[in-house]
Design a binder for this molecule. Sequence first.
Ligand SMILES: C[S@@+](CC[C@H](N)C(=O)[O-])C[C@H]1O[C@@H](n2cnc3c(N)ncnc32)[C@H](O)[C@@H]1O
Length: 558
Amino acid sequence: MSLYHEAAGILDAASKESGSLKSLVFGKKTWKSDQKTLFALTSEAAKWSAVLSEVVEKSGILKTEKQLTPTLALVLSHDLLLSKRGVALPQKHGLNLTISRSKARLTSELTKARIRRGFATIDGLRQAINNPETSAQGESGDQKPIVRHPRWIRVNAIKSSLEKQLQTTFSDYVQVESLSKLSGGQTKSIYLDPHIPNLVAIVQNTDIMRSKAYRTGELILQDKASCFPAYLLDPRPDEGLVIDACAAPGNKTTHVAAILSERASNEDGDSLGVIACEKNPARSQTLEKMVKIAGGDSIISIKAKQDFTKLDPESAISGEVTALLLDPSCSGSGIVGRDESTVDVHLPSASASESSQQSKKRKRSNPAKIKPETIEDSSQEDPTLEEQPMPAEEDGVKLQARLSALSSFQLRIIEHAMSFPAAKRITYSTCSVHPEENEHVVMKALASSIAAERGWRIMRRDQQVDGMRRWHIRGWKAACELGQNILDDANICDDAETIADACIRCDKLSEDGTMGFFVAGFVRDAAQNGDHVNQRKKPEEKIDHDGDDAEEWAGFDD
Ligand SMILES: C[S@@+](CC[C@H](N)C(=O)[O-])C[C@H]1O[C@@H](n2cnc3c(N)ncnc32)[C@H](O)[C@@H]1O
């Protein structure tokens, strides 16, 4: 079997599962072709597959050359059009003759595809494909981008304001009305997010990291999705204390503090309070640094090396807590660039322009793949080892075991938060795309005995803050239904449809420019709240910062 047949087989397998090429190639020892060559060809062809599938479709060669499968055409056209060495087969080899017969048509379609994307040269397009996060736009600036993953920046309301930043740091930027219109180069542009207050987007570039506003903590680099939890939590300075249970590096902690500080600007700021717990010692130090640079140290009390699940909900200070933000360790499967070897493979279809639709549908049908047994897992093992790489997608058993352990830990965090006597609102979030860590955990939390005992319910869409109510991607209904069936819905007040609609999702690398993310809120009926907690109070336990104010901020990016 030739290199191209083997490569096509690998891409076919990857396209079915959106799987990891590395494990597909290196997980098998019986290839005829050299493994490194196979990996290089398949990963390059996958990277170019969005463009090449269009080229192959529009050239019509799948109709004329019957021996070519869509994937075979993809890998062969990659080498024919883009590889310096050309097709790695003897000139008279049947496959080489077949693909070379169509070289003129394929080249012409590649030129059109490049121009449609706004690139004057093939090198420009190559650069964009190799660095999608730094090339949100074609060179001409007005064409369809390949990947829109902008640089999201939150203006830190503790230290600055959107208005001030637009007049200073972004004074030479032009406002655009959609993410797709963002451009870099000479005419820099900025997009004001319509969902999250104080959030802006620009194209990825390094300039902003050199700006004074960034170095002094007036600007914080934070993905749009990662701003959802603090905003959904809707902290109110006149209510009580807020706990961020799993806080490091501190993007959401400082966001909560910023919302409180903005809302309390006309009141006594000293009475604000956020308690930030972080279990990991090294990450606790990072959290301390971030809080300090963001100017949050008079608002935020850090509980370094503190396991949230060991925090006593019955202590006096816990009795003051009315809102909790839970962003526990998760698989991280939604993080852009986390699993570089996992790629989306776009395959050409003989009847043009069907492929992207099909690949979208394939992704959205994920809920059907949920395995019922994962929802019942009740392992008490603590799997907060988020630095561990996730098993490859196709290593189903290991992946399910890891997700199962993570979801048990995530549920424990929620149940512990639900036990705080005066708590009224909780947000739960992950940067995972897996329903096992998302809708399933929400369903289990709603069905838990502590939820029933304390009257916790889902925060319905109509109860959410404006921007979150308007957000268009909601939870997966099938995942909620499955949860409800398995768990015996006795304790769950709302139906699966309402709960799915209450859950908020962000798709990874979609036109929204976000990472993959999930957030849901829980609320309690007023009657069951500890309404004795109305007085605002700053937490007593404060970490003693070392007072090194002159230290330069290198910045954090979530
Ligand atoms: C996903 S990260 C949080 C990111 C953070 N919310 C932000 O936006 O910057 C999860 C954090 O929770 C910490 N963690 C895990 N288990 C914990 C526990 N039981 N108590 C407190 N922190 C925990 C991890 O060390 C990690 O730093």
